[in-house]
Design a protein around this ligand. Sequence first.
Ligand code: NDP
Length: 254
Amino acid sequence: MDLGALIKNRHVLITGASGGLGAHFARLYASCGATVTVAARSADKLATLVTELQTQGARAHAVPLDVTSEGSIAEAFAAAEAAQGPIDVVINNAGIARPSMAMELSAEDFDDVMNTNLRGVWLVCSEAGRRWKAAGRNGVIVNIASILGFRVSYAVLPYTVSKAAVVQLTKALALEWARHGIRVNALAPGYILTDINREFFETEPGQAMIRRVPMRRLGKESELDGAVLLLSTDAGSWMTGEVIAVDGGHLVSH
Ligand code: NDP
């Protein structure tokens, strides 16, 4: 089965697409012939990405989005659909970490992580779900969780709590929305080098963490492609409420 062919001509909206995994997903979907809307706060980075994708012949458009703002989410969906037609797939990828040991963690950082990683995912799912239900359309959501939704680590308390909650949010929405033809699944990546963790992996604890991964290396962005395409296409048409970990075996290590 050619997973990429199954997403051709589908409209995929990716949050947090101005860099890291989100920009990688945008390139992946564009290379498969999908129509791509990239959304984030950094307009300049999005513009550069859209130019790159369009130069390669892709249908791509950028919309400003702050997932902590309901108004921004509503405007982003409206702008995306006005520019490129109805959205078929939403990849909820925007996320922040704010590393800090628990004793030093500020309430502001706790709230910021929760507002982005949990409340933001819920708000984006809600906007998508209501639009699909009102239009009588099927839809697919892939929430980018993390293996830290299943295990804990030092100095990422709100992050790990938010990702565990995203796993439950995914299952709760899958339960309620299956009847509306909306599938909600999650991808739980292991560690992949991006801006969110670059500093950590330059430290000795970061290198020690890599040695604890059974495959003894960080993942590559492209090693998420099969799983995200499975969840976002009809290859996964009977999957909902599922969370797939792609992590070099990290979750089975101790
Ligand atoms: P990056 O820091 O490289 O990218 C995060 C993205 O989120 C940026 O594009 C940023 O764009 C966007 N973002 C942050 N806050 C907001 C906001 N309020 N509204 C809209 N967009 C926002 O991180 P990664 O690419 O590594 O992470 C992407 C996702 O993958 C995250 O959810 C992360 O938790 C998850 N993940 C990453 C892993 C890894 O090892 N890299 C492992 C497991 C999960 P901008 O600042 O322009 O808004």
